[in-house]
Design a protein around this ligand. Structure first.
Ligand SMILES: NC(=O)c1ccc[n+]([C@@H]2O[C@H](COP(=O)([O-])OP(=O)(O)OC[C@H]3O[C@@H](n4cnc5c(N)ncnc54)[C@H](OP(=O)(O)O)[C@@H]3O)[C@@H](O)[C@H]2O)c1
Length: 337
């Protein structure tokens, strides 16, 4: 039992669906006890993810019953510990990830899943989702190799800004797509070699004119016609990693296309297209997270956090609008007082 029970707010989905404005509700929950191996964390920040929509639609990591809790990663302060907790104490700062763990003011977590950090910052928190997505996706799934021409789509977003930096550090030539002059400046600062503001130039024309031998590795986050252009421009032995396809996340049904089967586009150049979820690589997570935390600590990774502030669970819908309207530069976060 806790000394005092704690009442707090959280965001839930009342049914499965992709219209987040219709299905998201704010509810109250009370926590009055902890399992022996759990800690209670007062959240300081939570990450907003494109995949919140996939979770709401029941496609990805959602509970099977409704209503269900929302959000993924969080960071905050330990405020209480179960009787068997050994290494954490009240006042410690941690990052963590749990289905339904982000969009709530307090969260319980097994001690073994709580990762201590010096400070509860959105940058450290972002490593556990978008950092891992970029790191494992590029180096393991994409087999990124020094000298590769690497194309990163949605490069100024949460995953993208870290992917750009990791690809540069690996000695690659980085092409980055985005939609505004502000984002172009940010990507230039991060070291991208060729930045394509797709509102002003055609991705297809840039790739065919400037990269006639094709792209060795595409880290694809957008889907739709962007995906088609990327597949068409893969180099011999090129790899395309499907990290996501945000352009379809608000569609009720998958967009249907009629075109030759994809093997016509791949076989003749020994190219491949690889679906990828970082959560399917659990054995690699500790090593990649440690590496990312080292880079952050040493000032070698500048995790970009979107400057727009979203306060509390009531702001989740606005934050999702911001992300899905393509306005964010870097990782979108919710902050809690
Ligand atoms: N595979 C995994 O394990 C994994 C893990 C985490 C995230 N992801 C995926 O990574 C991608 C990025 O996720 P994130 O949470 O970091 O989001 P994000 O990139 O921070 O935000 C989305 C960005 O996508 C861009 N975008 C391009 N076309 C768009 C369209 N038609 N509609 C909306 N946005 C569009 C927008 O920027 P510009 O238009 O300026 O480019 C927007 O700012 C998503 O596809 C997500 O599903 C995958």
């Amino acid at each position: 039992m806790l000394k005092n029970s704690i009442k707090f707010k959280k965001a839930v989905a009342i049914s499965f669906g992709r219209n987040y404005k219709e299905i998201l509700r704010i509810q109250e929950e009370v926590v009055d006890s902890l399992s022996p191996d759990e800690v209670l964390i007062k959240n300081s920040f939570a990450g907003v993810n494109a995949s919140d929509l996939n979770m709401m639609a029941g496609q990805y990591l959602a509970d099977k019953k409704t209503p269900f809790d929302l959000g993924f990663e969080f960071t905050g302060e330990v405020v209480a510990t179960g009787e068997a907790v050994k290494n954490l104490k009240a006042g410690d700062k941690v990052i963590g990830i749990k289905t339904g763990g982000g969009y709530r003011e307090y969260v319980t977590l097994k001690e073994s899943d709580a990762i201590p950090v010096p400070e509860a910052t959105p940058q450290a928190m972002s490593l556990i989702t978008v950092g891992l997505a970029a790191s494992i996706g590029l180096s393991v799934v994409g087999e990124m190799t020094k000298g590769d021409i690497v194309l990163i789509t949605a490069a100024a977003g949460g995953v993208g800004n870290i992917a750009v930096q990791l690809a540069k550090q690996a000695g690659c030539h980085v092409i980055a797509t985005c939609s505004s002059a502000d984002k172009v400046s940010m990507l230039r600062e991060l070291g991208a070699d060729r930045i394509i503001n797709y509102k002003e130039e055609s991705l297809e024309q840039v790739l065919t004119n400037e990269y006639p031998a094709g792209i060795n590795l595409v880290f694809e986050n957008v889907g739709g016609e962007v995906f088609d252009v990327c597949v068409a421009n893969l180099a011999t032995r090129g790899r395309l990693v499907i990290c996501g396809f945000i352009s379809e996340y608000q569609q009720q049904e998958p967009v249907r296309v009629t075109s030759p089967r994809i093997y016509h586009k791949l076989l003749w150049k020994s190219a491949s297209v690889r679906g990828y979820l970082y959560s399917d690589y659990p054995e690699l997570i500790p090593q990649h997270l440690q590496h990312l935390m080292g880079l952050l600590h040493d000032g070698k990774l500048d995790v970009k956090i979107d400057p727009v502030r979203f306060e509390g669970v009531e702001a989740v819908i606005d934050a999702m609008d911001h992300l899905h309207n393509g306005r964010n530069k870097g990782k979108v976060v919710i902050s809690y007082k």
